[in-house]
Design a protein around this ligand. Structure first.
Ligand SMILES: *[C@@H]1O[C@H](CO)[C@@H](O)[C@H](O)[C@H]1NC(C)=O
Length: 337
């Protein structure tokens, strides 16, 4: 009987959408559907929020899942819709929290961000920063994880999440490839130029356990807000040894336990033309923080972590304590891959 029931269930549920999220392309804003993820009966359920976002959806209960990434003072992070759950538990249901009114989203409360570096490179834009993550409904001490438009079931994390930027050409374009790590009171968000030949490499999504230091190497500093030009990084996971040999790192599966060391340190690309800003001047029109005030231990940014929760022990090869390399990823969903 159980076998028959399971077979019946397998026939009405599936894992993969008809079209992977990364293959769904829209023009901004008129081409965007109410919901991007409309497949029924898939194992991860339905898209939490919506993609048409406007003045009626712009409030602190918004479930907008269309994210904007333009500049140091105009970007969004993927964060929870309500407090109490770790990124790993709800990576498929994250919503857009933005630094600027006008995108139909929630706003990142005043004082959340304590340092941000924005880089424009030939092939991508990147924002890396420090924050009090409890102010955007994240669990205090959560090491977090990686959001990207793939996920093990190709529906993306969050499911149905879109990212648009006007930074590449001056017109809004969908960033087909992007990744956003958040956790350990830090974040890194990279969106790759959709017309760049290596977008899927610079915005690689398979190194979800080794965080910002490897996926978005940077020299962001807490307390500093700056926008710079930068060279491209090396493709995440690709490094050149002392002997000149180029190697691609293979991230071990979670079944082998914590990652305690990585055989290289990612090269931080050279940046230039850095312009400093004062946060009070660039992040305006934002609400005061609400909700739970948590005072637990702050693990601080660390390189690698051995578990999703707890304090920041178990780091290996930790970068300088002021760099924003803590956000750590792990796939919570093991379907498909
Ligand atoms: C505003 O967004 C809501 C929610 O997505 C949508 O139902 C509504 O049609 C939008 N309004 C306009 C004028 O586009």
């Amino acid at each position: 009987l159980a076998l028959a029931a399971n077979l019946a269930l397998a026939q009405v549920t599936g894992t993969y959408p008809a079209v992977p999220l990364a293959s769904k392309h829209f023009s901004y804003p008129s081409g965007i559907p109410y919901k991007v993820d409309t497949d029924q009966g898939l194992v991860r359920g339905t898209q939490l929020g919506y993609n048409i976002c406007n003045s009626t959806t712009e409030n602190q209960n918004s479930l907008c899942q269309t994210s904007i990434f333009n500049s140091l003072d105009d970007f969004c992070l993927w964060a929870p819709s309500e407090p109490g759950k770790t990124v790993g538990e709800i990576e498929g249901e994250m919503i857009a929290w933005c630094t600027k009114p006008g995108h139909g989203t929630r706003l990142i409360p005043a004082g959340t961000l304590t340092g941000v570096q924005f880089l424009k490179t030939p092939d991508y834009i990147q924002a890396v920063g420090f924050m009090d993550q409890t102010k955007i409904d994240m669990v205090d001490g959560d090491y977090g994880g990686e959001m990207d438009p793939h996920g093990a079931d190709l529906r993306g994390n969050p499911m149905g999440g879109l990212v648009f930027s006007n930074k590449f050409t001056g017109q809004y374009l969908q960033a087909i490839e992007w990744h956003n790590f958040i956790g350990s009171n830090s974040f890194c968000f990279k969106a790759c130029d959709p017309n760049g030949p290596n977008a899927k490499h610079y915005c690689e999504h398979i190194f979800d356990r080794i965080g910002c230091a490897y996926n978005a190497p940077n020299n962001a500093r807490n307390g500093t807000f700056e926008a710079c030009d930068s060279e491209n990084q090396d493709f995440p996971g690709v490094y050149t040894g002392a002997d000149g040999a180029v190697t691609t790192y293979r991230q071990p599966p979670e079944s082998l336990g914590p990652i305690t060391s990585v055989p290289y340190t990612a090269r931080v690309p050279a940046s230039s033309n850095c312009t400093p800003f004062e946060s009070a001047r660039i992040y305006t029109g934002l609400p005061e923080p609400t909700g739970v005030t948590t005072t637990g231990a702050n693990p601080g940014p660390s390189g690698l972590s051995t578990s999703r929760t707890g304090s920041g022990t178990g780091s290996a090869g930790a970068p300088a304590p002021t760099s924003a390399n803590g956000a750590q990823g792990r796939m919570a969903v093991s379907v498909g891959a």
